[in-house]
Ligand binder design. Structure first.
Ligand code: MEV
Length: 307
């Protein structure tokens, strides 16, 4: 067991561009890292046997890490540190983030990856970090596909298929995105369970929807490689509708979706598990009307350039 943590670690947040939910069933998905997702600092406590503490004020997290704690963040933290043979007591870990948490922006994956890096160092092999972070993601999400912890580790744009090597997608130009939080938290595990229920009830109907989402992910790669953001926007909009048919959208997401399209967005979709969380939209050349429409609902969108 290593008795020390590194003093600082970072991890990317993520947005799933196209392919969420279908990726759980072996379809390809396309995800992008959001730089500066989470920064963690670690410092030793005077007593190495004292319970460690994790504080991330931006996410309202302030936890004493004991084996008895049932809080998923505490359990996931100890799980990742234990997986890495890191110290389970005697440290204070402090984080900061500009991303919303539990909103489909990869906060749990960013936390799992940054913790793995505190224990393993940021020079560790990607596979080692990804595997350690998956131990945390399992606490949060049950049986995740692995896309979130992969892209939180690598950043960039990644084509991921469960059980196959991932492929980095080289970008000729940054992809402009508006990330629009609904402010509604949701559980990824519950959303994944809804899709499973629908698949079990109507396999012959739902399987083609999942495979259409997989095709949309590959079509999105073509659009990105040819810098055709109008077409990427259309793919977003169609994928939102496919995801709605899986029962993972919600009234707030659908209302925002209609609003940003009416204001001129080139396309929009829910991202991640859905049921709340965030919408992502491709802004038009003059994004002000879209931004104003979102602000009129009391929501501050986050503008990101995926690179
Ligand atoms: C969550 O960010 C993405 C889902 O596809 C679940 C997963 O891939 O594990 C909904």
């Amino acid at each position: 067991m290593s008795l020390r943590l590194h003093s600082h670690a970072t991890a990317s947040g993520k947005v799933i561009l196209v392919g969420e939910h279908a990726v759980v069933y072996g379809q390809p998905a396309l995800a992008a890292g959001l730089p500066d997702g989470l920064h963690l600092d670690a410092a030793p406590l005077p007593d190495p046997a004292a319970p460690s503490r994790l504080t991330i004020a931006d996410w309202d997290i302030d936890l004493v890490l004991t084996p008895e704690s049932e809080h998923p963040v505490a359990r996931a933290t100890l799980e990742v540190l234990g997986f890495c043979d890191g110290p389970l007591t005697g440290w204070t870990i402090t984080g900061r983030s500009r991303l919303p948490c539990r909103a489909g922006c990869g906060s749990s994956a960013a936390l799992s990856v940054a913790l793995a890096r505190l224990a393993l160092g940021d020079q560790a092999e990607t596979n080692e970090t990804v595997a350690a972070a998956l131990a945390g993601e399992r606490v949060f999400h049950g049986n995740p596909s692995g896309i979130d912890n992969l892209v939180a580790t690598t950043g960039g744009v990644v084509r991921f298929t469960k059980g196959h090597p991932a492929r980095n997608i080289a970008l000729k130009a940054p992809i402009p995105l508006l990330v629009i939080p609904t402010g509604i938290p949701r559980s990824t595990a519950a959303q994944v369970a809804k899709v499973r229920a629908r698949l079990e009830t109507m396999p012959s109907v739902i399987r083609p929807v999942l495979s259409a989402i997989g095709h949309a992910a590959d079509a999105a790669i073509e659009s990105i490689e040819s810098c055709n953001f109008k077409q990427l926007g259309e793919i977003f909009t169609v994928t939102h509708e496919l995801l709605s048919s899986l029962d993972v959208s919600c009234a707030a997401l659908d209302a925002l979706h209609a609003e940003v399209l009416a204001a001129g967005a080139l396309g929009a979709k829910l991202t991640g598990a859905g049921g709340g969380g965030c919408l992502i939209a491709i802004p038009p050349a003059s994004p002000a009307p879209v931004v104003e429409a979102v602000r009129a609902r009391g929501i501050e969108p986050l503008f990101v350039e995926v690179r």
